[in-house]
Design a protein around this ligand. Structure first.
Ligand code: 5RP
Length: 237
C-alpha cells in the first residue's frame, strides 16, 4: 500500500499497520469499523496475500467491515460458528487515560462492543487527536435507539442532563439508520462525562436504548499514531 501524504491519514495508516502486525496466523480477528480500522483490514489482506499470515478468519463489526474484508480477501466467520475471538482491532473517537473509550462515530458501536468485548485481546488504533483527559469533551456520545422509542429516550436523556440530537444522514434525506435498523442520538454533556461506568449502566437501562458508545474497562492496548519531527511513529498507551 503506498504511504499516505495527508498527515492524519498517514498516522491512521501507520497505526493500522502496527496493529495488523500483532495478528498471528491461525487467529480469529474482530475487524473494527472506521477509517483507521480500514487500513488495518487492508494490511491484513496484504499479509494474507503475501503468505506472511495464514489461516486467519475475520468477524466484522459492521457492513463496512464485511465489504472491506471481502475486498481484501479475508475469510469471514460469525459468532455462531467461532468458539472464540483471539484479537479485535478497532478505532475510537475518544480515549481517556484509563483507556476508556467513546465509540460510535460510524454508528457501529453496538456490534463493535459485542465483538470487542468478546476478544481475548482488544487493541484500539487511533491518531493522537483522539486522546482526551475526560470523555465527552471533544466528541458527543452516540446512543443507538430503537426507532419507536426515540421520543421518550430523548426526553429521558435530557432529564439526565444530556443534550441529545438525532443524527442525520449525509447525502441521504432523513436520519442515519444503523446496520441494525435503528437510530442514533448524539449526546452532549456540558462538563464531559465524570463517571463513564455509571453513565454506561444508566443509559443502557433506559427502555428503547440498544447500546451506548461508552467502552469502559474493555481495552487492553491503545496504539497511537503520531507525527514527531515530520516522522510518523506509533506508540503504545
Ligand atoms: C465506528 C467507530 C470508529 O471506530 C470510530 O468512529 C473511529 O473512526 P476513525 O478511525 O474513522 O476515526 O467507533 O462506530
Amino acid at each position: 500500500m503506498p504511504a499516505e501524504t495527508d498527515p492524519t491519514k498517514l498516522m491512521k495508516q501507520q497505526v493500522g499497520k502496527a496493529a495488523a502486525d500483532r495478528v498471528v496466523s491461525g487467529s480469529i480477528v474482530g475487524l473494527g469499523t472506521g477509517s483507521t480500522a480500514a487500513y488495518m483490514i487492508e494490511f491484513l489482506g496484504e499479509k494474507l496475500k503475501s503468505g506472511e499470515l495464514k489461516d486467519i478468519k475475520g468477524i466484522p463489526t459492521s457492513f463496512q467491515g464485511t465489504v472491506l474484508a471481502k475486498q481484501y480477501g479475508i475469510p469471514l466467520t460469525t459468532l455462531d460458528e467461532a468458539d472464540r475471538i483471539d484479537i479485535a482491532i478497532d478505532g475510537a473517537d475518544e480515549v481517556d487515560p484509563q483507556k476508556n473509550l467513546i465509540k460510535g462515530g460510524g454508528a457501529a458501536h453496538t456490534q463493535e462492543k459485542i465483538v470487542d468485548c468478546l476478544a481475548e485481546t482488544f487493541i484500539v488504533v487511533v491518531d493522537s487527536s483522539k486522546l482526551v483527559d475526560k470523555l465527552g469533551t471533544t466528541f458527543l456520545l452516540p446512543v443507538e435507539v430503537i426507532p419507536m422509542a426515540i421520543a421518550p429516550v430523548m426526553r429521558k436523556i435530557e432529564a439526565l442532563g444530556g443534550q441529545p440530537t438525532l443524527r442525520m444522514g449525509v447525502k441521504k434525506a432523513g436520519p442515519v439508520v444503523t446496520d441494525n435498523g435503528n437510530l442514533i442520538v448524539d449526546v452532549k454533556f456540558d462538563q464531559g462525562i465524570d463517571d463513564p461506568a455509571g453513565l454506561d449502566t444508566i443509559l443502557n437501562n433506559i427502555p428503547g436504548v440498544l447500546e451506548n458508545g461508552l467502552f469502559v474497562g474493555v481495552t487492553d492496548t491503545v496504539l497511537i499514531g503520531e507525527i514527531v519531527d515530520g516522522t510518523p511513529i506509533v506508540r503504545e498507551l
